[in-house]
Design a protein. Structure first.
Lengths: 220, 525
């Protein structure tokens, strides 16, 4: 039975799109600082990058708060369950119009590959980017006003790590933007992340459960 | 849904326009205003020397003027005779060599090489009279030349090759009655002409600075702050702050930008932070030798070519000598970009008698010490003067030839053009061995660039260094510079992964398209 379900909450969508926007902007300014191209001008690129970085950190703080207070963090606990069928689906099933092996529900909206990748982003890539970015920003040229405990002799490892993380994020976004099109229809995932509503298969049980949980449904 | 997309676009637009329009505004630099005000008030003299009877008389010799000065300034000679300007040497600690007395007497440069044997000519820029071959005028205080520094009439000049005595045409009475604090012309008459001609040695000290405009030097500009040399080279007891590292070794008594501007002169903190590793001069003196050429290379090995037994002179379009039979070939440059070096305030020196161990590399006559890892080092702009100069392959010594003499036949190279004889006499004068063999070797001298500070609009921009190729400091490779440096491994892997991602998407997408169209044909979807 298909139902239109309110799956992405307002804050979640705001967080998602702000994060997307900031990552694009940070990538553009960041790679200018890296010397890959020039567009804003080096001085502007540096100050814009810093402003966007602070905005990103604020957003992360709110997102962390939201994830814990809503319990949404549990969505991201990686699991090996169903991971092989999911890989098989992307490699084979998708070309045969096979059904999605993981059923999307309000309480479990991520497939096991998503769980794994998003978990990796949250636990590894983003913290590495934030920490290396903060060190980059607050790195005082050696010995000038430096805190004894974190005396850094050279920017090199910080900068290289930060660059590596940037490439990882860009690769993620490219693949992510493609996989958005692999929903029920090409645009259904995108629509869901914009409006919050998505049409998903629900069994009678689930539908009752969810209704009991106070979720909004619209019958088709 | 349209509403939401619109909302998101609006949000994006708001953020981008905030970033674009909210640029840090340039606040009035209060500290600079205070400084300008302070500088504009000059103390007036407490004595008008033109009212002193003991100066209003004829002087037979310049030494009589000095005696008249000493009549009131009874102890000044002690200060002068303890100064570098008088002694032409300093006690210096040189890393690896210990305490050394370094000065014009034992240092070797790659212009006219050294003063030994050439004193009578070089004395034109000594603040004393009667400098002879053995510099024995050093102990007599009446030989102090007060006027060369304190003449405020701009009419005092020293005679050529007269052991430091003034030109006979100088009006000593008029000058003695018009003495005062040194002006730009007092200092410039020697320091702008180091190396025997205008701007030859320094490149940033040029006769244009007698009366520069702001485009030449913001500090000394007559239409600007109009600073005198001694405003920065603060002088106490006849000892000036500041020195050039062609002859200095230690990190002391330096005249710095910070002494007026402080440690945090910029509004933008990111610029202040740079000052930990980048000297002010590096960004604020983007070009030097702005008005007149400076010598960039000197090849002594070509000297001695005569035409019909006569000395040859060749000039470039600006009138700079490009060849002189007496001195060899020269190269000049103007509006030059400095080269850059790490510098911690200490320098080494080639001193007369030092043996060259490796003549395959150019010999650094005054190596500037410093590196990225050295806490005290900053990047400074330097003029590099490259030369080919005589040396003795057998003994490994740079040769101090006898260059100057009044007349030919005394073995001076400038008169007789005989390297072997000039070297023999010159080396004997300084008490060093000479094998009889004159070779030539490449040498380098570093001249830190400190003057000709440009308008702030003309200072270096971020991109001048933070750029992949041909940045100002592309030669300084001992550290990671954002915008210039990257890890090839990380960048190549990263770009590879991005390409693979796109390729994977293309293939996957193509298969999906094919599958869906097949599906439609089969009527499955």
């Amino acid at each position: 039975m298909k139902r239109t379900v309110y799956i992405y909450k307002a804050f979640e969508r705001f967080w998602h799109w702000m994060q997307a926007l900031l990552i694009f902007f940070l990538a553009a300014t960041g790679f200018e600082i890296h010397g890959s191209f020039s567009f804003f001008g080096y001085e502007n690129a540096v100050s814009y990058h810093s402003v966007a970085a602070y905005a990103f950190i604020v957003l992360i703080v709110f997102a962390v708060f939201w994830h814990f207070t809503t319990g949404e963090w549990k969505q991201y606990i990686p699991t090996m369950k169903n991971i092989v069928p999911q890989v098989n689906y992307y490699l084979i099933g998708i070309f045969r119009n096979a059904p999605h092996p993981t059923k999307k529900t309000v309480l479990s909206k991520l497939n096991p590959l998503q769980k794994l990748v998003y978990f990796g982003l949250k636990i590894l890539v983003v913290p590495v980017m934030v920490l290396s970015g903060l060190l980059y920003m607050f790195y005082r040229y050696p010995h000038k006003d430096s805190i004894e405990g974190i005396r850094i002799e050279t920017l090199e490892p910080i900068a290289i790590l930060h660059t590596a993380g940037a490439y990882a994020l860009i690769a993620f976004i490219i693949v992510h933007m493609y996989l958005v099109t692999t929903g029920t229809t090409v645009t259904s995932n995108l629509k869901a992340m914009l409006t919050g509503y998505e049409e998903i298969d629900v069994s009678e049980d689930e539908s009752e459960q969810s209704e009991a949980a106070g979720n909004v449904y619209e019958k088709i | 849904m349209r509403k939401i997309i619109l909302l998101l676009l609006l949000l994006m637009g708001a953020i981008l326009s905030t970033v674009y329009f909210v640029k840090p505004t340039e606040k009035n630099n209060e500290a600079l205003a205070v400084l300008k005000n302070k500088i504009s008030k000059r103390p007036t003299a407490t004595t008008d020397h033109s009212k002193l009877d003991q100066l209003n008389r004829d002087f037979a010799t310049p030494q009589e003027v000095t005696a008249a000065c000493s009549g009131c300034h009874t102890e000044a000679h002690k200060e002068v005779m303890a100064s570098n300007h008088w002694n032409w040497e300093r006690e210096e600690y040189v890393s690896g060599r210990g305490i050394k007395y370094i000065g014009k007497k034992n240092a070797v440069n790659n212009f006219c090489i050294g003063v030994e044997g050439n004193e009578k000519s070089c004395a034109k820029c000594h603040i004393g009279y009667g400098v002879t071959e053995k510099m024995n005028g050093y102990t007599d205080s009446t030989n102090i030349d007060c006027l060369v520094c304190h003449d405020n009439t701009d009419s005092y000049i020293k005679g050529s090759e007269m052991s430091g005595l003034p030109d006979p045409g100088v009006d000593l009475r008029k000058i003695a009655m018009n003495v005062g604090k040194p002006t730009r012309s007092n200092c410039g008459v020697c320091h702008f002409f180091g190396g025997g001609g205008n701007n030859v040695k320094h490149g940033d000290l040029d006769k244009v600075m007698f009366d520069p405009d702001k485009s030449i030097d913001v500090h000394m500009a007559s239409d600007g702050a109009n600073l005198l040399c001694t405003d920065c080279h603060v002088t106490e007891d006849h000892k000036m702050l500041g020195k050039i590292y062609s002859l200095s070794s230690m990190n002391r008594n330096r005249s710095t930008c910070e002494q007026c501007h402080g440690e945090i002169p910029h509004e933008k903190n990111v610029l202040n932070e740079h000052s930990a590793k980048v000297a002010c001069q590096t960004c604020h003196i983007p070009v030097y030798a702005k008005a007149n050429s400076t010598k960039t290379s000197w090849d002594w090995s070509t000297a001695g070519r005569l035409a019909g037994g006569k000395a040859v002179t060749e000039d470039d379009e600006f009138g700079n000598h490009t060849y002189l039979s007496t001195k060899g070939s020269f190269e000049w440059g103007r509006n030059l970009k400095p080269e850059y070096a790490w510098f911690n305030g200490t320098a080494g020196h080639y001193l007369l008698g030092d043996t060259i161990t490796d003549s395959s590399l150019p010999l650094e006559l005054n190596p500037l010490n410093g590196s990225y890892r050295d806490r005290k080092s900053k990047i400074i702009p330097v003029k590099v003067h490259r030369a080919v100069q005589p040396y003795d392959k057998v003994t490994g010594l740079l040769i101090q030839p006898k260059l100057f003499a009044d007349k030919s036949g005394e073995g001076a190279f400038w008169k007789d053009f005989d390297w072997r004889r000039a070297s023999e006499i010159g080396m004997k004068d300084v008490g060093l061995p000479f094998s009889g063999d004159v070779s030539f070797t490449k040498t380098i001298m570093y001249w830190p660039v400190n003057h000709m500070v440009s308008l702030k609009e003309e200072s270096l921009k971020c991109e001048d260094c933070h750029t992949r190729k041909d940045g100002r400091i592309s030669e300084l490779k001992d550290f990671y510079l954002p915008g210039r440096d990257f890890s090839p491994l990380v960048d190549n892997t990263g770009i590879g992964i991005i390409i693979l991602s796109f390729a994977g998407i293309a293939v996957h997408g193509a298969f999906r398209l094919a599958a869906s169209s097949k599906g439609r044909k089969d009527g499955k979807s």
